[in-house]
Design a protein around this ligand. Structure first.
Ligand code: ADP
Ligand code: MG
Length: 282
């Protein structure tokens, strides 16, 4: 709470000339990034890419091509061997250690294995993300149910992770990543453990989150999903960017239209509806 207040107070004092520069900077920018792991494995080689605010981007490529390494560089879980990684115009390699939690607050993360706290309820798993950043009780009481409603889990607030399906657990972890409304959300194979119908529901949710203005970067193996979603695709192969293109035919759709089209095109029919989430319109 104290931390949040301090940040709010500071806002008007920011140097005015910095604003347009930072505001106009891409949310993600990698310049000639090379990552060599200790032991000598070259995981990324001279990767340069940039992602604008509000984009929805897929990161694809075979196992071992460097996708998770790239994600880890974006939250400074790893440092590049060479090159620079910028988030919202800021070179995160230059951040002092004590500023790293602040970076991670602004970058939500979702993983294939959910990483939920097994002994806490759905509500508490999401509330915890706000507690650690010092949010007050009133804020938590407002935001947690609101976010769980967004992900279609209003009826599961008091359930524990082991009482939920895989898709539901992933929704909790997305709620946890999004409850603070970060400008950037990274998802590393979020539907890797889920069946096709459930995967569409997860993509639909990420699509919806993207519509709120949050930039979304999704690592996936699911070629069919990527082709059907018609968004930007960055492909890595052996640590290098081998493709970066936006698949044609992109149209603005509501979340519901998106879900219906995806299910139709992937041939899973209306029985693919999950948690009544499709009933929510955005
Ligand atoms: P992906 O997510 O695309 O499957 P990763 O980024 O996890 O690939 O890994 C890229 C390459 O780097 C792989 O060959 C992997 O074995 C290697 N690698 C990943 N993590 C480490 C590590 N901590 N130490 C050494 N090599 C690693
Ligand atoms: Mg990986």
């Amino acid at each position: 709470m104290a931390r949040l207040r301090r940040r709010q107070k500071k806002e008007p004092q920011r140097e005015v000339p910095q604003r347009p520069r930072r505001g106009g900077a891409p949310i993600i920018s990698l310049e000639d990034v090379t990552k060599v792991y200790p032991g000598g494995h070259l995981a990324l080689e001279r990767v340069s890419l940039s992602v604008d605010r509000g984009d929805f981007v897929f990161l694809v490529g075979p196992t071992g091509c460097g996708k998770s390494t790239l994600i880890k560089l974006l939250i400074r879980e790893l440092d590049p061997t060479e090159g620079s990684v910028r988030i919202a115009g800021r070179d995160i390699g230059a951040l002092p250690e004590k500023k790293i939690p602040q970076l991670r607050r602004n970058v939500g993360t979702v993983f294939q294995d959910f990483k939920l706290l097994p002994n806490r309820s759905v509500y508490d798993n999401v509330a915890y993300a706000l507690q650690v950043i010092g949010a007050g009780r009133a804020e938590i009481r407002e935001k947690v149910p609101e976010t769980l409603r967004l992900v279609g889990l209003s009826t599961k607030l008091h359930s524990y992770p082991d009482q939920l399906s895989g898709g539901e657990q992933q929704r909790v972890s997305i709620a946890r990543a999004f409850v603070n409304h970060p400008p950037l959300l990274l998802a590393d194979e979020p539907s890797g453990n889920l069946d096709p119908v459930t995967s569409i529901g997860i993509m639909q949710l990420l699509y919806r989150i993207n519509k709120t203005g949050t930039t979304v970067l999704v690592v996936t193996h699911d070629r069919e999903m990527v082709d059907k979603m018609r968004r930007r695709v960055i492909e890595l192969y052996e640590g290098r960017v081998v493709r970066d293109e936006t698949i044609g035919g992109y149209t603005e759709e509501s979340t519901r239209e998106f879900g219906m089209r995806m299910r139709a095109e992937m041939g899973v029919g209306v029985e693919g509806q999950t948690n009544g989430h499709d009933l929510l319109e955005t």
